[in-house]
Design a protein around this ligand. Structure first.
Ligand code: GLU
Length: 435
């Protein structure tokens, strides 16, 4: 077989949708698996709806996801003369004609138009039943711009595209494109229409279901390798129940023939789970680099790298999405914490706690260096002295220090919070008893 050449052809009329990203991914994986070429063509003939902002976002999202393309970007808006030449040819051959400033292509009026689809097999349309397909097709609009169906055929042929892999929503366009291939004398590519991504209610995934733009996922703190892993398994599988599959293995195993014919349902929980697996695979320094921008955005000081890495290490197993980190670690960054009703009630259950908090504050003040081993040893000695069990002592102290009932390991938390925050919070908690 000759070299595989595929393309992703977004229209810059919106941000990169998660469904389009998966179309791009399947094209990219197929090209890389086959040692072929993957091109990026910008379908920007709709001057009014196409925006530079969308173009930039699409390009940067593809880069972020790690989908590199071959050659330069192709812009349809710069190729009007090229399309015009083909339209004139059709007119000269009597296959198209001018109509009110537009150009129409003569299409067959009866019989069937069909094509072979790699996934769906033969797809045929009876022209008597599908009247709209029997109407002469506008290939140039009166404003002088080519229509989608015409430009796409000229470009796919010119770029030597061997496989057109695109969403199922284009199935009705293909029978309009097939007669154009024939009239222009172009070689027909292999068509492969992949099922759309559906929301949990089985309707096409849209804003209603939550975030749809790749950039929203990026902002929420999904890692690109996790999104690629998740999207690749949405409607495709390597043939086992494997759920975590890295880029190289994907390229090696990707097989277009194994794409499912029915729509795949998008599951946020599953995506979060996949993301958590990738977060765990990062080293602490890598994860620190990843969460840092989120901390800075929140206005949390993140300049002490050694301390920050220790902190990230404490939360490594608890982070599902990077954007959660500032919330998870909030009590490490804010000077003041407040105790809710629940915390207050918890403290007052045990009258010994007032003295315990004050005694603990005094003890922590004496520990120098503020080292976790020393803290643990001396804290346990204090519990013994106070006649309190670990549970009786540690749980309320955790609430006093963090304002929360769950936190990472207690002594690690104490050490990382530092002496000043710990002692002032313990004193603050002791005041609850006099209020
Ligand atoms: N510009 C079209 C779209 O964004 C591309 C369709 C195609 O791949 O032929 O849906």
């Amino acid at each position: 077989m000759s070299e595989v050449r595929v393309r992703f052809a977004p229209s810059p009329t919106g941000f990169l949708h998660i469904g389009s990203a998966r179309t791009a991914l399947f094209n990219w994986l197929f090209a890389r698996h086959e040692h072929g070429k993957f091109f990026l063509r910008i379908e920007d003939t709709d001057m009014e709806r196409s925006k530079q902002e969308f173009l930039e976002e699409i390009v940067s999202s593809l880069k972020w996801l790690g989908m590199d393309w071959d050659g330069n970007l192709v812009f349809q808006s710069k190729r009007t003369d090229f399309y015009k030449k083909h339209a004139d040819n059709l007119i000269a051959k009597g296959l198209a004609y001018a109509d009110d400033g537009a150009v129409r292509f003569r299409v067959p009026k009866s019989g069937k138009v069909g094509f072979e689809d790699l996934l769906h097999g033969r797809i045929e349309f009876d022209l008597e039943q599908h009247g709209s397909l029997a109407e002469d097709l506008v290939i140039f609009k009166s404003d002088g711009s080519p229509t989608y169906n015409f430009a796409v055929v000229c470009d796919d042929a010119d770029m030597g595209i061997t496989h057109v892999i695109r969403g199922d929503d284009h199935i009705m366009n293909t029978p309009k494109q097939v007669p154009l291939y024939e009239a222009l004398g172009f070689r027909m590519p292999v068509f492969c229409h992949i099922p759309l991504i559906l929301g949990s209610d089985r309707s096409r995934l849209s804003k209603r279901h939550g975030a749809t733009a790749i950039r929203e996922y990026k902002e929420q703190g999904f890692l690109p390798q996790a999104l690629v892993n998740y999207l690749s398994l949405l409607g495709w599988s390597p043939g086992n129940n494997q759920e975590i599959i890295g880029r190289e293995e994907l390229i090696q195993k990707f097989d277009l023939n194994r794409v499912l014919k029915t729509g795949a349902i998008f599951g946020q929980d599953k995506l979060e789970w996949v993301n958590a697996q990738y977060v765990r695979k990062l080293t602490v320094p890598q994860l620190t680099d990843e969460v840092r921008p989120y901390l800075e955005k929140r206005g949390y000081a993140a300049s002490d790298r050694v301390w920050l890495e220790k902190l990230v290490g404490l939360f490594h197993e608890r982070i599902f999405m990077l954007a959660q980190f500032p919330d998870l670690a909030q009590f490490f960054f804010e000077d003041q914490i407040s105790y809710g009703e629940e915390a207050r009630a918890e403290f007052k259950k045990d009258p010994r706690l007032r003295e315990a908090f004050l005694g603990y504050a005094r003890l922590l003040e004496t520990i120098e260096p503020f080292d976790v081993k020393d803290i643990e040893m001396k804290s346990r000695a204090l519990m013994k002295e106070l006649g309190m069990t670990g549970k009786e002592f540690i749980h309320p102290c955790r609430v006093a220090l963090t304002g929360r009932t769950v936190s990472p390991g207690f002594f690690d938390t104490v050490a990382l919070l530092g002496k000043t925050k710990c002692t002032s919070r313990l004193k603050q908690a002791a005041q609850v008893f006099s209020s």
